[in-house]
Ligand binder design. Structure first.
Ligand SMILES: [Fe+2]
Length: 311
């Protein structure tokens, strides 16, 4: 494995063996955002790169910092998540007062992330749909979980119960670590290479299974053929020990106080160490992309030779 903290000096995008991490000097959540060229950040993201804002720290209130210092006892869940649409906090075993602090923090992060992307990615204006906000207070290294849930293995994101129907999954992360510790990720090969490696061994969906999964309540909406293949890619990558060990990859340290943005349905990633991160999920219809042909949906459709979602 190659240790490399020298990303960002050459953001070539498509020639990269592992994703480029492209830095932008942004210090305010509401801008200003000087970019080397119009839609620079959009292009980096759509080409499978990571946009790193090393100086964009998410400001915490004293009560929030105190909650982190107090520590979060290792519970059964890995995240505390907040659903902005429903106003629900899920996964926390904290008392009512602490839950109120967590809810306020995640709500503020959701608003800050939305403002950030609204200004940084103007091409997507009005098209990004906010999903869950999550707070990840536990140390990633050394946590045990089943291979399918083990996010220390390289994978692309796909949600078993929440099919996207082809919509993109973009996530904003902020490393809040109070001791100044980095969030350590592995970054893997481009999506085209992942598809070339695994798609040939994945069977298509069984006829009627999407309807059955929906009726049984396994999925919140109908699982498209696209979602079937994405879930199979996620599982195939995580289950393949040789792939995990020998495929092209790199290690990157996201410093404390930094924020970064990535299409996690496209970029092969694994969180291998770090503690205290906030994350906001967004969904984007593929039609809103600058370069639709780069979407996982189109890459898979080209390889499989048929339409995989009705978009
Ligand atoms: Fe992930």
């Amino acid at each position: 494995m190659i240790e490399n903290d020298n990303h960002g000096d050459s953001c070539q995008g498509e020639e990269a063996i592992v994703p480029d991490v492209c830095r932008l000097a942004v210090t305010e959540w509401n801008g200003p955002f000087a970019q080397p060229e119009p839609d620079y950040a959009v292009r980096v993201l759509e080409r499978g790169g990571v946009v790193l804002l090393p100086q964009l720290e998410f400001p915490l209130r004293d009560v929030e910092r105190a909650l982190m210092v107090k520590g979060s006892s290792p519970g059964s869940r890995k995240n505390v998540s907040f659903d902005p649409a429903k106003g629900h906090l899920r996964g926390s075993t904290a008392d009512d007062a602490d839950q109120a602090v967590l809810a306020a923090m995640t709500r503020r992060y959701a608003a800050a992330s939305k403002a950030l992307l609204g200004r940084l990615l103007p091409h997507y204006a009005g098209a990004l749909v906010p999903g869950r906000t999550s707070y990840r207070p536990f140390e990633v290294a050394g946590r045990s979980s089943s291979w399918r849930k083990d996010d220390t293995r390289l994978h692309v994101d796909s949600f078993p119960s929440s099919p996207t129907g082809g919509r993109r999954i973009m996530r904003v992360f902020s490393n809040l670590n109070p001791e100044g510790r980095s969030r350590r990720w592995r970054l893997g090969e481009p999506f085209e290479a992942i598809a070339a490696h695994f798609v040939g061994s994945i069977h298509g969906p069984v006829w009627g299974s999407a309807t059955a999964l929906r009726l049984l309540g396994v999925t919140k909406r109908r699982r498209s053929a696209y979602d079937h293949y994405m879930l199979a890619l996620h599982d195939s990558m995580k289950a393949d020990s040789k792939y995990q060990r020998y495929s092209k990859q790199d290690v990157f340290e996201f410093p404390a106080g930094a924020t970064w943005i990535v299409y996690t349905d496209q970029v092969s990633h694994a969180a291998i160490a770090g503690q205290f991160v906030l994350e906001q999920t967004f969904y984007l219809p593929v039609q809103a992309m600058l370069e639709v042909e780069r979407s996982p949906l189109r890459v898979l459709e080209r390889r499989i030779g048929r339409k995989l979602a009705s978009v």
